[in-house]
Every structure is written in structure tokens, then in C-alpha cells.
Design a protein around this ligand. Sequence first.
Ligand code: FMN
Length: 401
Amino acid sequence: MSPAERICTPLNSDVPPAREGEFRPLNIGRLRLDTPVVLAPMAGVTNYPFRSLCREHGAGLYVSEMITARGFLLGNRLTTKLAAVHPDERPRSIQIYGSDPKDLGQMVQRLVDEGIDHIDINFGCPVPKVTRQGGGSAIPAKPRLLARLVRAMVANAQDVPVTVKMRIGLDPETLTYLDAGRAAQEEGAAAVGLHARTAAQLYSGDADWDAIGNLKQALDVPVLGNGDVFECWDALRMMRETGCDGVIVGRGCLGRPWLFGEFVSVFAGQEPASPPNLGGVLEVMEEHGRRLEDLFGEELGVRQMRKWTSWYLRGFRGAAGVRAQLSRLAAFDEMRPLITPLGLDQPFPLQALRASRAKGSRTQRVKLPEGYLDNRDDDTPPKGPHTADEIRAWEKALGAG
Ligand SMILES: Cc1cc2nc3c(=O)[nH]c(=O)nc-3n(C[C@H](O)[C@H](O)[C@H](O)COP(=O)(O)O)c2cc1C
């Protein structure tokens, strides 16, 4: 394809592919990624079926959704399924959620024994249920606590790289990323990922790429920029503008696993292939369905597929008219007869490239434990869910599975 035929929004029409030697491979500890792109951990999304689809298109690192340390250690059925090893996944990468250093250390040890290649810790979750207890995105506000948790993980990780993923702060008045990033680095984190929004912002507004540049200036370990990479060209722009070492891609790939192939092309200095037409998208959907069924069984697999149908079909002519039926999908083989009449030769819609696929534009006031910010030097771990029942309720609220 020539640049003139490039399928992109005006924002990216003049962005050149990478020049030879412009970007270095991304080194995260002993891992080396020639294409410096990471699939973002996403609850209810980056399970094995989707990770494996993305991986087939590209290179890079494909992180699991967050796996609750306590649920994992208790042997919770869903947690165990989501954390399961798949022999074809290499490197194998998992994101942990937890706030008890003992649990984190133990989980890391088990994962290392099982042959994990990369472990990330979630310090960015903005869900009120989590922050109200002092977990997730509340943790970087207490750098000594964050340091203690990272230390517990690194101490058990042997030579497996441990990375941290966080937001820029709680709200504009409480920006935490520079102190938190330095604390993580000092404790041996192999890289730091920054979703360049506050917890109060949730997913609204534009990500603040300047903050990614600031963190890059402040740290020696690799910095992974995150926020608003919707087109392969955005990754190049983010790396050029901020100097970051790699990018983490979340919402942009929902229903677009081929995006990872596009990253490989542009980082190799080439124009990417065009995205598939509706017929091609339908084939990917059917394959995704088969993989969801393999992992979750037919009933839960079909239920999972419902949300994916709206992501895959975003922007295609006529898709809105079948959305209601697809949201009640009862069997995978209902998809083809519903979608075929829309015209399988429809090209991929330009307006879908930056369309919002999840999470919307709400903002929030971040809920914290009473007096949480009074002593920011405190490193006492917060209380998280503990019993098997508490874990199940917790995972349901966080949208796992
Ligand atoms: C459906 C969904 C689930 C998410 N779950 C997680 C998660 O489990 N762990 C995490 O660190 N971030 C989670 N995130 C945040 C993403 O990893 C990422 O930081 C965020 O979407 C910003 O990147 P983007 O602009 O490329 O989407 C989630 C985001 C979405 C949309």
C-alpha cells in the first residue's frame, strides 16, 4: 500500500513509519521485544482467547487481565482458569492485583516455579470498591507502601522481570507518578508503565503524554507509555513525542486484534496492510467465539461474546440495527446469519478507528479510606478481600472473566 492509500484518520496521515534504527528493541529485564508494544491488561478482555488472537497477528508482550493474588492463592476456580498456563504462550505474562506483601511474594514465587516470563502489578485500578480500601490507584499516593509491595515481589521473582503499571495520580491535586516511579525503580522494577490519566479521570479526556515524557526523564528503567493509542501511527507519535521506550495498547485493540500486525509493520518501516472488510471481521469473530467456547464452555463463552460483537462491528453500516439481537446472542452460529445481510464486502470504516469501545467518558471523585492522605509515609498494607466468598464478589465487581 502506498502512503496515499493509507487508512488512517487525519491526525496520522503524515506520520512516517519508523526509520531504520530509530527505535531500539524494548528490553524489560531479560525479555527483549523487537516491536516495543504491549497488550494492556484488561479485566474481562485479555484472557487467553483474545491474547492468542492478538499474538497471532503480531509480536510483543500480551499481558493477562489482573489476577487477584488472594484468589489465586486460595485456588478460586475462575482465578485459576484466568491465570492458567497455555503452552503456546511465550513470553507468558501475568498482571497481579494485590496489596498484601505476603500474598504478592507467595504468588510471584508460585508463578516463577510455573515458568512465568513477566509479572506486572496493578497500581492503577480506579474502581471505588478497590480505592475505598486503599488498593489499586490509591497505592502510589504512598510511595513507601508501593516500595514495600514491589520489594516483596522482586525478592521472589529470581530473574523474572517485575513491572509496575500506574496512573499519573489520584486527581490533578495529587499527582504521584514521579515519586511512585522512582520508588518502583529503586526496588528493582524492570520497567514502569504509565496510563497518563488520573484515577479521577477514569478514561475521559485525552491522556497527558507530557507526563510520560516527564517520567522518561526521571527514570533509568524503561518507561511504557499508555493512553490513547488507537491507530498504529499513534504508537510512533507517542514514542517520538515522549521518548518512552514502548507503548501499552488498551481500548484501541478491542475488536481489532490485527492492530498488532500493523504495529509490526510500522516499526519495521513499512505501511501496514489494510484492516479486514466485514467478511474478514466476521471470520475473526467466529474464531474468537471458538476460543471463548474452548476456555469457558458454550454458555459463558457466548455470554462473553456479546460485548465483543459490538466492538468488532463498531462503525459498519447497518451494525446498529442488529446490535440488540447480538447483545442477546444465544449461540455462536447466530452471528453469521445476522451479519451477512449487512454486506460482507463492506470495507473497514474509517470512523471506527478512534471510536470509543469501552468505559465511556465519565469522571469520578476518588473514594479513599478515611484520613488516607494524612500520612503519605505510612507503609501499612491496606486490607483487601480475604475469604473465598469475598474474592468471588470482588472479581465480579471488577468485571473479571
Ligand atoms: C475493559 C477494560 C478493563 C481494564 N482492566 C484493567 C486491568 O485489569 N488492569 C489494568 O492495569 N488496567 C486495566 N484497564 C486499563 C488499561 O490497561 C489501560 O491502562 C487503559 O485502557 C488506557 O489505555 P488505552 O487508552 O490504550 O485504552 C482496563 C481498561 C479497560 C478498557
